[in-house]
Design a protein around this ligand. Structure first.
Ligand code: ASP
Length: 365
């Protein structure tokens, strides 16, 4: 009797501050509430902020995206239900998205300026803050698995280019002919941008913003500005039955990126971060801004030092991206299973498992 009374008191003490955060001071609504006494599973994925304008995505294409997102979120969640780790769930779902030509990662990766697919990826374990990342690989079918191998089978955190591929071969990670990554749609998008760039060549570069717009954006061609040509990264965040958080991200980067450019996706603290004390985060968007602001780590830090709820921390981080002139989004999950999703782009392909264990897929705002 005494025991259950003290349990009730402790539970109330733990829940009250979180519940209050949900109501006061303009804090965004906390989607799900859970106390540490009642651990739960949590899983969220994204397929990038590269969403085609509402109305221009055909119903068939939209259905394809929805199906693929649902299949990946369900597969990751089933792994968690079967007792697998948050790292396993993240890897399983991201591999599925990498294998789909719909997303800008693995098979559907965009082309760089030279017409080459250059892939970046990273993964982080919230339990011990171990992390692995790869950048600029051309032959790795599933970069997320190579990132995990770097984390678990090497003394390093990040490997790039040929060296990373040599390590992949050593680790028996599947390598493919670079032609595997060819998709007509992505190739056509690059050709269109290259053509527009040529046409623009005679114009003086506008270093100063003329109409208050981001000067970097003004340097891009019309086609390059479209978010579907800039973003489409995939990512996942998970909470497993042991209370361990993990995050992973995988991308082809941005169409027409300069050869050798590395975005935020493989940078720990920018595109990916996980810490059991706070949250797990995966980002998508204009990578340069996410690197400069250390977005994923910023969300975790706000939770750690300001006790910010995950949704509020995600919103605040995205606000900073917007202020600086960038765009994109994040998915995050805290150690109780509360979900934070925030983006300032047209939309963001995303899916999560709700409090009733059901998959929810969303695309637009
Ligand atoms: N963040 C990625 C990059 O800058 C692009 C994306 O999210 O699609 O490489």
């Amino acid at each position: 009797m005494k025991k259950s009374l003290s349990f009730l008191l402790i539970s109330l003490l733990l829940i009250t501050p979180i519940a209050t955060f949900g109501q006061k001071g303009g804090f965004a609504e906390v989607k799900q509430l859970q106390s540490p006494q009642n651990p739960r599973l949590g899983f969220v994925i994204h397929g990038g902020a590269g969403v085609i304008k509402k109305g221009s995505l055909s119903p068939e294409k939209e259905l394809e995206y929805r199906k693929q997102l649902e299949a990946a979120v369900v597969a990751g969640y089933k792994a968690l239900q079967a007792g697998k780790s948050s790292l396993d769930a993240v890897e399983i779902a991201i591999r599925m998205l990498e294998d789909s030509p719909l997303f800008n990662a693995g098979k559907g990766a965009v082309f760089n300026h030279d017409g080459i697919n250059e892939l970046d990826s990273s993964i982080m374990n919230g339990k011990d803050l171990s992390a692995g990342a790869v950048a600029g690989v051309h032959r790795v079918k599933n970069p997320i698995s190579l990132a995990r191998a770097v984390m678990e089978k090497s003394p390093h955190v990040m490997m790039v280019g040929d060296g990373a591929e040599k390590f992949a071969a050593e680790q028996k990670i599947e390598l493919v002919d670079p032609k595997y990554f060819f998709t007509q749609e992505r190739f056509d998008a690059l050709q269109k941008i290259l053509k527009e760039e040529k046409e623009k060549e005679n114009q003086k570069p506008k270093l100063q913003s003329l109409n208050g717009e981001n000067p970097l954006l003004e340097r891009m061609t019309e086609t390059q500005r479209l978010s579907e040509n800039r973003f489409g990264t995939v990512g996942a965040v998970a909470l497993d039955k042991n209370g361990n958080l993990a995050a992973g991200t995988s991308t082809g980067g941005m169409t027409n990126k300069k050869f050798g450019r590395v975005g935020d996706a493989p940078i720990i603290g920018a595109g990916t971060f996980a810490d059991n004390e706070t949250c797990a985060v995966s980002a998508t968007g204009w990578g340069e801004y996410f690197i400069r602001l250390g977005v994923a780590r910023d969300i975790s830090t706000q939770m750690q030092y300001r006790a910010a709820p995950v949704q509020q921390a995600a919103d605040a981080a995205l606000e900073k991206v917007k202020k600086l002139g960038g765009d994109g989004g994040v998915i995050a999950i805290d150690k109780f299973g509360n979900i934070g999703i925030s983006f300032n782009s047209e939309g963001m392909y995303r899916a999560y498992i709700d409090a009733n264990g059901k998959p929810v897929v969303e695309i637009y705002k």
